[in-house]
Design a protein around this ligand. Structure first.
Ligand SMILES: [Zn+2]
Length: 338
């Protein structure tokens, strides 16, 4: 497809250590020639934080790994943006084969806490619940949690020499539940937390990107409960700082994508983020192209398979190991040509 926008981005998971060479080659020989100029790298806790080694996630990237990724991106004029997830997605289960991250689940289960809540169980919004739905969240009233989060942001932006960070904040289903948080509305909790992160990042002359699903309502938009909020958090859209870039993701096929218009009317810059299904991708991107009010910065393709898995499929034609890798790869091949 031809895009009228300057930024062509892709989200990749932080490579597993045995696949980092493949991912570097993939950036250099596959993504760069196809005009990708932004990579958002899903790190979460998969970095060897020096200040907080207690939060290290699965197979964390080393300082040298990050510099190698940064070098190949710089050589190709690709902006590299680290990504964390700074409200929800704090627990889950690994995919098989693993992509290094923990994924949400649709039943109440005794799941695995990710780095931050494993190290600091008191930061958990549901610290006393053994089984929870989907994924745990950070308690947004916890001052100590905020202190650690800010230190992680600083270290990650420093090592990536980044002028932007993607803070996730998608699919937050567990919010406003503890005694302190329940005194506030979900939208207020959500907006205050994100605004304070944004203020912190701005002080270091950085920019914040986040997912947009909690800022739009299922009722108003017709989107499902993953792509939009059904618990009232969407009112946060009116309280959030307008200098945050919203990544508007949709994976299903709809006649209209009203979020594209909603974010424009509220004064946000957005990136449009499709996934693996080619028909949905086309419907979404065509709607965005036809309804761009000058507020769309670009496309941010999502993948959610291991970056090494995708690299080996697209570089060498190897069979993808995860159930969706083949479809993701095929859609990328068709959509992003040299
Ligand atoms: Zn709380």
């Amino acid at each position: 497809m031809n895009f009228p926008w300057k930024t062509k981005g892709i989200v990749l998971t932080a490579p597993l250590s045995e696949e980092i060479d493949d991912v570097i080659k993939f950036i250099d020989e596959y993504l760069a020639p196809r005009g990708f100029n932004m990579i958002v790298i899903q790190v979460r806790y998969r970095y060897q934080f020096k200040k907080h080694p207690e939060v290290w996630g699965y197979d964390p990237l080393s300082y040298e790994d990050v510099k190698r990724l940064l070098n190949v991106c710089r050589k190709n004029n690709i902006k590299l943006v680290p990504k964390m997830n700074l409200i929800g997605h704090q627990s889950g289960f690994p995919n098989e084969p693993t992509d290094g991250i923990l994924h949400g689940h649709n039943e109440a289960l005794d799941d695995i806490p990710d780095g931050l809540l494993r190290a600091y169980p008191t930061f958990d919004e549901q610290a006393n619940e053994k089984k929870i739905n989907y994924a745990r969240s950070i308690c947004l009233s916890s001052r100590p949690a905020k202190t650690v989060v800010f230190e992680l942001i600083d270290e990650l932006m420093d090592v990536f020499e980044a002028d932007a960070i993607h803070i996730g904040c998608d699919e937050v289903f567990n919010i406003g539940l503890c005694e302190e948080c329940s005194k506030k509305s979900k939208s207020e909790l959500f907006a205050n937390w994100i605004n304070s992160i944004n203020d912190h990042v701005k002080k270091r002359r950085g920019a914040v990107l986040m997912w947009g699903d909690r800022l739009i309502s299922t009722k108003e938009t017709g989107y499902n409960r993953w792509e939009a909020s059904d618990d009232g958090s969407h009112s946060a859209i009116d309280m959030l700082s307008k200098d945050i870039t919203v990544c508007d993701w949709h994976y299903d096929k709809y006649e209209k994508y009203p979020s594209v218009d909603i974010f424009a009317n509220k004064g946000f810059k957005i990136m449009v983020s499709p996934w693996r299904d080619e028909n949905s991708l086309e419907a979404f991107l065509n709607y965005a192209i036809n309804n761009d009010k000058g507020h769309i910065n670009g496309v941010l393709m999502t993948t959610w398979c291991g970056s090494g898995d995708l690299a080996k499929r697209l570089l060498y034609g190897e069979k993808g190991r995860w159930l969706h890798t083949e479809q993701i790869a095929t859609t990328i091949e068709k959509t992003f040509k040299k």
